[in-house]
Design a protein around this ligand. Sequence first.
Ligand code: DAH
Length: 368
Amino acid sequence: MIPQLSNYDEASLEAAFATLSDEVRQQAAELKTTEAQENFRLNWLGRKQGRLKLVSDAWLKSAPAEARKPLGMRFNQLKQQIEQALEAPAAAASSATVQGIDITLPGTVRQPGIAHPLISAMHEVVRVFHQLGFSTNLGPQVESDFYNFEALNFPPNHPARDTQDTLQIAGQQVRPSRDRLLMRTHTSPVQIRTMIAQEPPIRIVIPGKVHRNDAADATHSPIFHQIEGLCVGPDITFSDLKGTLDHAMKSLFGSAVKTRFFPSFFPFTEPSADVQISCIFCGGSGCRKCKHSGWIELLGCGMVDPAVFAAVTAERRRVNPDDDAYDPAKIAGFAFGMGVERIAMMLHGVSDIGHFYSGDMRFLEQFA
Ligand code: DAH
């Protein structure tokens, strides 16, 4: 109930309202249900029997004139406190208690990303060659005809260009053909860029995106990824090439894997070879994946063609006329190139290349 106010001085008013305010605060902390809120509201604000009405009757009406103002101010403050408690019962409660933290609620789950399966396959291949002392180089996707074709011994109008049709950058007819820009069709142009910039010995791998006018199907995409390799030094032989690739394939696919080399053709290598590995699905006995041959073709390679060293030398001599770092009589090298998608498909048993580009989380989450 409402005590009688014996005195209207500041201290008495302060004490009387502090008692009421404490009561409001304690009750506000308990307003967990709408029913409790309604009872609270009636108890304090009820028009006939509400405690504010009683306070007003008991204190305000009989107050001496000079006490009206301080009394009225405190009365209004108390009323505000009650109204606020009704607007935000939880906030009023938490300011009255310690802090409303419920430690039994589940935490926020963090979902860290993972490398895309193509990127991680790329990293795996690069890592194998890093262990053999290779370093990494990158080059531009918009490439000139010179680096993408000419220096790699694809002369203008040579039929070998037909297998690597690509997008040409528009409006370049005024330029000499060697300077015309296109989307690179392979990572091999970075071989040329590296040799022009760097003296032998060279051991590099070059991962990157390449572009071709190929219709998309289960194993082709007009944009895909390659990893190129280049090793140049005074005594590099075909056995170095065989040993290096055999080791790399065993590191990637398991030590039981065998390799074999078939004669092939690339304009920038001579001799050239296609490398096959024994089928990792059937162990070589023959299955659907290897078309019952027991072997799967995985990459191209060969010994760097002297015509490539000659093109590099001509370019280097524009800067230093005496340069003979890549004199074909003194230097030799091997090169190789492989498709990242094909390797990732083999490593993970993926049957359609399109999955890699679909952005479908159900596919991607399998690699998390
Ligand atoms: N650049 C070739 C292609 O895209 C792949 C290749 C074959 C690269 C043989 C090489 C190599 O370095 O020696 O078809």
